[in-house]
Design a protein around this ligand. Structure first.
Ligand code: ATP
Ligand code: MG
Length: 794
């Protein structure tokens, strides 16, 4: 012993040690959840640096979220200290933005390009769909956007796609035109959409090998976490970076294979992943990137990690049992020495509110037993499920945070404010300039907007520059004045935010510039004058944005307005504005990837949610859903809760829910079903009690055994528990009442608490599952589960 990196492998098991210390061109670490993949990657970086095999600047590590990148950076720093500065630890997107900011001039962009998020590209595509009248051919903005994104993830452009498309189909022809127009519009706006960030970087590397060589020489060690979720474009990017520098031409010889002798070794590549956790196929992730790694990187070393350090045996057994039902996987032997731990706790609510109350009560019970809020997380399959949870958590005064940072930046007022900043930073971005033209209202309507566009086209100048010459636009004096004022505000902010070349803007520049834009444009005033109470919240949100700029300046004293816009554009679901420590985290199962918590609540474990309804018809869909459920289960260290609701209100309809098939895949004796929210005393209940719970009609589900046709998932108990009756009454939403006996026939008139009066068209189903098909006078047709619908016969 005695080597400089000994303490970096302390406490690691043998294969983990090997994964940290192996040196060679390619290393694949495949392992199940919680086996230390991310930890090993982190230690590997530390070990490369500590042993001086690599400079920090020679390291490129790719994580799935910015948050994960931040954590990895912190951990490396914790292991070896500040010498870790200068590494690139980032997401694919952030790494590509950094490369593109440096190299954009090479291919017709400038470094102040804008990043279009999916809302921005949707807006642009919407305009193009309208211009082409493409909706007549069944092309909606959403479908066009989805297809373009998919093609870009496969590195196809409009031209290459056109070569394979069936152009005798008019819809296909229009789609190809839209795709090409969209790309031209992006180029004109000096903008990249999210997919382009990766795809255009690959293009840049392929078209300009001398540029690629700069990065090939620089990054000597490339490490990728969550490799199972890379798509083809990301795969290609890694592939470009791991070619030997100076070997250009191998695939660019116009059909001829030209091999220059490489002038250096290829970078070493380490990837870690778990094919059981591949959950982004719908976004083009290709599991083959991992399964075919050994073919793509011949001689690659493969390390398997089989010991799980995260979860109890109970949790692991449940997860292993579930994932074992996927038929196309290699079996893994994941084990732990943590011991059995507590049973999984199950709960069936009558409604999603009842289910949420269980979560709230259980959170409080755990809190009393010293599990901090920050160590608890609640997962759901779809964002809309968070509403009921939030309502109850607020009522129960449980501090929580929704992970999904994009929400803040999706707000209209925040988008407006950022459009102002972009109009300054990248005046070529017409979409942003058009967005702020009449916000706040300054009397600039569609006609004026068209005049500006026409003038810009005639003069061959940008839309933004056209604003500088209002008298030439052929519009009235009032409007001319409004345009001149907008132009002046943009110019003033520009002087603050964009220093003359060679100078560095002070750290306060972004904050000051934003303040000028919001105040002098009249945007804030208009909100403050408004009587709409929502506008008050909007002002607060803008204050928050100003606070974000200050925070940015603190963290990046030399950060430019472009750096700020980059950071904001790349905030992803898993990242957050605020520090989420100390509060319960709510998030989708997708967002949960890579994270871990002492206590986890997986909610809505119902058919149609998990597996989600839309997955049913997709090839491989249900299998991907099972992997997603596996990801959710394996986030828990000690306490796992699975809950569902008997009925669920979605899209204004209350429907009967069925327990998820995945529940049946968990060995029955691992789950301890609770009787009612707050029933903490049944924890670790006697075996006979647990067995009773699963017997039809045996102690649970007072209203008569299983309506689900299985004996695994007990129905909720309908009696009030003894004790705090008032508290319990609070738990049942007032609207849920038992209408089980209500006789309804076609033609009957009814009144609904929310939808008003309506007429019964038809009644289907039997017993507790009787459904009324109602045509409401104003709310339109709805289907209601009679038993619990808040309805009365008139
Ligand atoms: P996932 O598949 O969910 O991404 P992972 O394989 O990346 O999981 P890590 O997050 O790296 O796993 O590790 C899981 C937990 O196990 C972490 O809390 C980590 O600190 C711990 N851990 C990993 N290796 C060891 C070890 N040798 N000894 C003790 N704890 C370990
Ligand atoms: Mg991990």
């Amino acid at each position: 012993g005695g080597g400089p990196t000994d303490d970096l492998v302390d406490g690691l098991n043998e294969p983990q040690r090997e994964a940290v210390t192996y040196r060679g061109p390619a290393l694949l670490i495949v392992a199940g959840a919680g086996s230390g993949k991310t930890s090993v990657l982190t230690r590997r970086i530390a070990s490369l640096l500590r042993s001086r095999e690599a400079w920090p600047s020679q390291i490129l590590a790719i994580t799935f979220t910015n948050k994960a990148a931040g954590e990895m950076r912190e951990r490396v720093r914790g292991l070896i200290g500040d010498t870790a500065q200068g590494m690139w630890i980032s997401t694919f997107h952030s790494a590509c933005v950094r490369i593109l900011r440096r190299e954009a001039e090479q291919f017709g962009f400038t470094k102040n390009f804008t990043i279009y998020d999916s809302g921005d590209s949707r807006a642009l595509i919407k305009r193009l769909v309208k211009e082409h009248e493409a909706d007549a051919f069944g092309l909606t903005p959403a479908s066009v956007q989805g297809r373009i994104s998919k093609l870009k993830n496969e590195l196809a452009d409009a031209e290459s796609y056109a070569r394979t498309a069936n152009l005798s189909d008019p819809a296909e022809r229009i789609f190809v035109e839209l795709f090409a127009d969209y790309q031209r519009a992006l180029q004109r706006a000096n903008a990249f959409d999210f997919d382009d960030l990766i795809g255009q970087t690959v293009y840049l590397f392929r078209a300009f090998p001398h540029v690629a060589d700069v990065y090939r020489r620089r990054f000597r060690h490339i490490l990728v976490d969550e490799y199972q979720d890379t798509n083809h474009a990301q795969y290609a990017l890694i592939h470009e970076l791991t070619r030997p520098p100076g070997a250009e031409g191998a695939e660019h010889g116009g059909g001829m294979m030209i091999f220059d002798a490489p002038t250096g070794d290829a970078a070493s590549l380490t990837v870690v992943g778990d094919s059981d956790q591949s959950i982004y196929a719908f976004r083009g992730a290709d599991i083959r990137n991992i399964t075919e790694f050994e073919r793509d990187y011949p001689g690659a070393k493969v390390v398997l990690l089989e010991q799980n350090y995260r979860s109890t045996q109970t949790i692991l057994s449940a997860a292993n049992a579930v994932i074992g039902n996927n038929f196309d996987r290699k079996d893994k032997k994941l084990w732990t020495d943590r011991g059995a731990g507590d049973p999984i706790i199950g709960y069936t609510g009558y409604s999603q509110h009842d289910e949420a109350q269980f979560v709230a009560d259980e959170v409080e019970a755990l809190r009393r037993r010293d599990i901090p809020y920050g160590e608890m997380a609640v997962f759901y399959r779809t964002n809309s499920q968070s509403r009921a949870l939030e309502e109850i958590l607020i009522r129960a005064a449980v501090p929580y945070k929704i992970m999904g940072g994009t929400k803040f930046y999706d707000r209209a007022e925040i988008k407006d404010a950022l459009a102002y900043v972009i109009a300054v930073a990248n005046p070529a971005d017409e979409l942003s300039v058009r967005r702020i033209l009449n916000r706040p209202r300054r009397g600039i309507g569609d006609v004026t907007e068209t005049s500006i566009a026409r003038y810009a086209a005639d003069e061959g100048i940008s839309f933004r520059d056209a604003l500088a010459n209002p008298s030439a636009l052929g519009v009235g004096p009032k409007i001319q004045q409004a345009i001149a004022q907008l132009d002046a505000v943009l110019a003033e902010a520009s002087a603050i935010m964009l220093p003359p070349s060679g100078e560095v803007a002070p750290p306060t520049a972004v904050t000051e510039g934003l303040n000028v834009l919001l105040n002098k444009s009249g945007y804030l005033d208009a909100l403050r004058r408004s009587k709409d109470p929502q506008d008050e919240a909007r002002v607060e949100n803008l204050d928050e944005l100003v606070a974000v700029t200050r925070e940015f300046a603190r963290n990046n004293p030399e950060g430019t307005v472009l750096d700020f816009l980059t950071e904001v554009a790349l905030v992803s679901d898993a990242d957050d504005l605020d520090d989420a420590s100390g509060v319960v985290s709510l998030m989708t199962m997708h967002t949960a990837k890579g994270l871990e918590f002492d206590a986890v609540f997986v909610t809505g474990v119902e058919e149609d949610l998990i597996p989600h309804r839309i997955s049913a018809g997709e090839p491989g869909g249900p299998q991907e859903e099972r992997r997603l459920f596996y990801v959710a289960l394996t986030r828990a260290r000690k306490k796992l809760h699975l809950s569902l609701a008997m009925t669920r209100a979605q899209f204004g309809e209350v429907t009967a829910a069925m327990p998820s098939r995945f529940l049946q895949e968990i060995p029955h004796d691992l789950i301890d079903w609770r009787q009612s929210p707050g029933d903490v005393n049944s924890r670790g209940g006697t075996q006979s009690r647990a067995l009773n719970a699963r017997r039809p009609g045996g102690g649970y589900g007072g209203s008569g055994g299983s309506r689900y046709g299985d004996d695994l998932v007990p129905l909720p108990r309908r009696e009030k528990p003894a004790g705090d009756i008032a508290k319990f009454a609070n738990r049942i939403p007032a609207k849920v009442r038992d209408n089980g006996e209500l006789e309804l026939a076609p033609g009957d008139r009814i009144r609904h608490d929310d939808f008003g009066e309506g007429r019964i068209d038809m009644v289907t189903g039997e017993g507790a599952k009787r459904v009324a098909h109602v045509r409401f006078d104003t709310a339109g047709p709805k289907k209601l589960l009679i038993k619990i619908a808040p309805i009365a016969k008139l």
